[in-house]
Design a protein around this ligand. Sequence first.
Ligand code: ADP
Length: 158
Amino acid sequence: MTIAIYPGSFDPVTKGHLDIIIRSSKIMDHLIVAVLENPRKVASYNIEKRVEMLKLVTEPYPNVEVDYYKGLLIDYAEQKKIDIIVKGLRAISDFEFEFQMALVNQKLNPAIETLFMMTNSKYSYLSSSIVKEIAALGGDISSLVPPEVHDIIIEIYK
Ligand code: ADP
């Protein structure tokens, strides 16, 4: 049984994230989407909201679980007996940071592999920050985020 983790801020979840979740859940036996609680990064949505949004959009996928963690990803991964870390890659600009993280995690625990999944070209420009910028300026984000979470996302800009 292959257990994978897809970690991120998901502040908030976008259609780009959901695409990676759906595609990787088809390859893995079990996928844990884990929201990182990062005390150094100020989030727009609190951890409960981010988890709630992910639960809403992953409801149709029975092998997908949503959780959150604090601290080192590798510690959480060991505790959950995870085999694979899934990361999405949008552009060359994602590569350098993700490459470094993958090598560090490999050093910390060589038994846990990092797998990169290429973005769907439809979503290669999409990030949580872009969604927030458009929403803050009153723009229409309905093509960028899953419909189940649209209203929750725009709530903070009303
Ligand atoms: P963001 O950079 O949008 O704030 P996160 O920190 O929540 O995203 O990202 C979690 C993971 O999802 C990372 O591996 C990131 O590269 C990936 N990801 C984010 N947006 C997309 C997208 N549009 N297509 C593919 N992967 C993505």
